[in-house]
Design a binder for this molecule. Structure first.
Ligand code: TPP
Length: 290
């Protein structure tokens, strides 16, 4: 067991050394616009690292995003990138993945982008099971527009639209995605960047729709208002509040301080929509249908 762990550790250290993020970002777009301490940059790094590990051809990579701080990230990726409208990246990505099945389509979205205005697109993307990966950055807030409440804002939190504290129940994005039929669902915190990279690698290679929720942190707008401390303090508290799924049931109450699992939460096989659609079209053509 120890040997296996050491092998994994040395493999991870090796690929960390080989991975140079500058090969994957548009350097002419630097400096980026994210605030100091924002977790979105860590998530982007993990994604690009996964892309590097998988050896994906940048010409065959399409990154689609909506609007928001999360939405801005596609502009930094040196690939085919699409900065679309708020809440609609999954709709754009659906057309793209259907028209160009040769592309690896990756959607970067925020909790507001994909659970509020774009919630409908998310559930249907999960249901449809088209081959693409959706990375949702959950910073519990509408970061870009100044800190309004979002469907994932924790109970009691102060935002510009909940000055007395949030009293709405929180969406569990992963439970929503799994319930809507997503064939791959996972969650990770930015603190665990190697685990996040591995999760994203699994998601990208999954045949069908994969959904990964990344617990990000908005230090400047959300953290400051709620007195959550610096970015390291925010991401450390996320880490200590969670346990990998594999360990979750190995610890007895009352020593199980969390209910939010990380890692791969759901994975199963179901017909991939694009292939099924193309097959149906081919059958119709064989029959001479117009
Ligand atoms: C149709 C439409 N409605 C509202 C907006 C304003 N708007 C831009 S970004 C955003 C929220 C983004 O929040 P989230 O998706 O959580 O991303 P974050 O900025 O936190 O990364 C809103 C409401 C818009 N651009 N378009």
């Amino acid at each position: 067991m120890k040997d296996a762990m050491e092998q994994v550790a040395s493999r991870d250290a090796g690929s960390a050394a080989e991975f140079d993020i500058r090969q994957y970002v548009r350097l002419d777009q630097m400096p980026h616009f994210l605030c100091p301490g924002c977790g979105h940059g860590i998530a982007l790094r993990a994604l690009l690292w996964a892309i590097h590990d998988l050896g994906l051809d940048k010409d065959k990579l399409a990154v689609v995003s909506g609007i928001g701080c999360s939405g801005r990230l596609s502009a930094y990726v040196d690939a085919n990138s699409f900065h679309t409208t708020h809440g609609r990246p999954l709709a754009f990505a659906t057309g793209l993945a259907l028209a160009r099945p040769d592309l690896h389509v990756i959607v970067i979205t925020g909790d507001g982008d994909s659970l509020a205005i774009g919630g409908n697109h998310l559930i249907h993307a999960c249901r449809r099971n088209l081959n693409m990966t959706c990375m949702m950055l959950n910073n519990e807030v509408y970061g870009m527009t100044g800190g309004q409440v979002s469907p994932t804002t924790s109970a009691g939190r102060l935002t510009t639209t909940t000055p007395a504290g949030n009293s709405e129940p929180v969406f569990d994005a992963c439970a929503l995605a799994a319930g809507a039929g997503a064939t791959f669902v996972g969650r990770e915190v930015t603190m665990q960047i190697v685990a996040l990279r591995n999760l994203l690698r699994d998601a990208i290679t999954h045949d069908g729709f994969s959904f990964v929720e990344v617990m990000s942190d908005c230090t400047e707008i959300f953290g400051r208002k709620n007195d959550l401390g610096s970015s390291p303090e925010m991401i450390l508290s996320q880490k200590s509040a969670m346990r990998p799924f594999a360990y979750r049931n190995t610890v007895d109450e009352p020593f199980r301080p969390n209910t939010m699992p990380t890692g791969v939460l759901a994975r199963h096989e179901r017909a991939e929509y694009g292939a099924a659609y193309r097959e149906m079209c081919a059958r119709r053509q064989d029959k001479g249908a117009k």
